[in-house]
Design a protein around this ligand. Sequence first.
Ligand code: DX5
Ligand code: ZN
Length: 217
Amino acid sequence: MIIAPSLLASDHACFGKGAVRATKAGADWLHLDIMDGHFVPNISFGPQVVKAIRPLTKIFFDVHLMCSKPEILLEPFAKAGADEMIIHVELGEQVPSLIWKIKSLGKKVGLAVNPLTDISKVEPFLDKIDLLLVMTVNPGFGGQEFIHETLPKIQLPYRISVDGGINNQTAAECARAGADTFVAGTSLFGQRSLKAAISKMRKVVNAHNPALADLKM
Ligand code: DX5
Ligand code: ZN
């Protein structure tokens, strides 16, 4: 199980502090949301920010590219210290070459699918990627409400990350459906003790993970 706090929900005046805070609180990965103001109607931060926080922590950088032209950003983010780069399946025919490019940069590759996109679109790529990111809100903003209609997508027998509106209750629902990686912004960074919030989410996920439940029998 991976708990990945999303830096988007941390104090934007102190991204470095947020990254260190997540590391010290026992997060497995740090999720970095990159928004270009075109693929999504919002702008977040770019490779310079990632480069600046890279020396502060050894934590795995999970870079989620909500961008129309990721091809111009893959190398800069690889150099800035990304460990994984996630692109969106909605980019269509560019997807195979983007996957190839991320791999050739020596990074892990993720593929994200928006709530309104049919899951069949990701199937041709499942043997070529490391992780499938099921968007559980429409991308662009933190703090939105979890869309329950996305739950059937999580049932695909694959390494699945869920992103958007994840709190202890929705994490439990996603764990039951088969998710193993949990991206959460508001519900984690919004707590006074990030450490307590992460361990609580870990417990909740453990209690609702069907594989673990089977082991107990
Ligand atoms: C949404 C982003 C998410 C976002 C999640 O566009 O991809 O990673 O940070 O934030 P919360 O957990 O607040 O919904
Ligand atoms: Zn994200």
